[in-house]
Write a protein that binds this ligand. Structure first.
Ligand code: SF4
Length: 299
């Protein structure tokens, strides 16, 4: 359950004093604007909201938001966010980061958080390049694309984030584009409200290392979900996940299921254990550390 702020907050109330240092024209400006508005739409209490990131240009984002934040090591934002959520399920936990952080070194964490249905939101800002380290090929760089490390064109095939999320069991999957701020606000807010692992694939161009043409290329291909689309029908969601981005890129809510989240299952397990008189984790800790209590009391 998300904690609401006592008074009604606006987007600017979530703006931190620190100014973004992204390059002019970076897609991440649109994403942080959408994050401010999404938090305001849900009126989330900044004292009960945590943004977690790894390393990369987009992983700077939590520093620009007036909530608690944790800038973790490369690729490890999801396990840290999972730990935060398990230690205090009352918190709203949002992970932000880039394609290099999330779909190279961080891939296994993504897979397991999705299948466990951990109740966190993951906004992956995908620019298909390593921007912070000056333009190397990333796991989502399209085949044939020249980069600093593939001057003759990328010889690898890219990972498909939406298809991966679907295959791994994410219970909420959406896609937006950084310049479509209104759509991003709606989808990020819905993702945060979703009870389970929610993934927002956010296409966020890097004009410095992918050029201005990346923005135009995406802009020409984005469209909304087709009329009659049902995001609870796996075949329909799969068709969108498999679409060829050279042809079209569908934005919107792509998949949603309502199976219980990891936290819900854990709480049910705790209830059953209590009914059976099984000692809890806190009871066991108490038996070793008699004055232990702060963590137990917080649950
Ligand atoms: Fe944005 Fe690219 Fe600059 Fe990084 S290098 S801040 S991704 S424009």
């Amino acid at each position: 359950m998300a904690h609401q702020a006592v008074t009604k907050l606006s987007g600017k109330d979530y703006k931190a004093a620190l100014q973004p240092v992204w390059c002019p024209g970076c897609g991440d400006f649109g994403v942080v604007a959408a994050v401010y508005q999404a938090l305001a739409k849900l009126n989330l209490d900044p004292d009960h909201t945590v943004l977690v990131s790894g390393i990369g240009c987009s992983s700077r984002l939590p520093g620009y938001v007036n909530t608690y934040s944790f800038n973790a090591i490369h690729g490890r934002a999801i396990p840290i966010a999972t730990g935060i959520k398990l230690a205090n399920p009352d918190l709203t936990v949002v992970v932000v980061g880039g394609d290099g952080d999330g779909f190279a070194i961080g891939t296994s964490h993504f897979v397991h958080a999705a299948r466990r249905n951990v109740d966190i939101t993951y906004v992956c800002m995908d620019n298909s390049i390593y921007g912070l380290t000056k333009g190397q090929t990333s796991p989502t760089t399209p085949t044939g694309e020249p980069t600093k490390t593939s001057p003759e064109g990328n010889i690898e095939d890219p990972i498909n984030p939406v298809l991966t999320a679907l295959a791994c069991g994410a219970s909420f999957i959406a896609r937006s584009f950084s310049s479509e701020v209104k759509t991003s606000v709606e989808l990020i807010a819905e993702a945060i409200e979703h009870d389970g692992f929610s993934f927002v694939h956010m296409i966020s161009p890097c004009p410095v290392f992918r050029g201005r043409q990346q923005f135009d290329w995406v802009k020409e291909r984005v469209r909304g979900v087709p009329e009659g689309f049902d995001f609870t029908k796996r075949e329909q969601s799969r068709a969108i996940a498999f679409e060829d981005p050279k042809e079209q890129i569908t934005l919107g809510l792509i998949w949603r299921d309502s199976r219980p989240s990891y936290i819900t299952r854990q709480q049910e397990l705790r209830k059953k254990a209590a009914q059976k008189g099984v000692p809890t984790y806190e009871d066991i800790l108490h038996s070793f550390i008699p004055d232990f209590g702060a963590v137990g009391a917080a649950r």
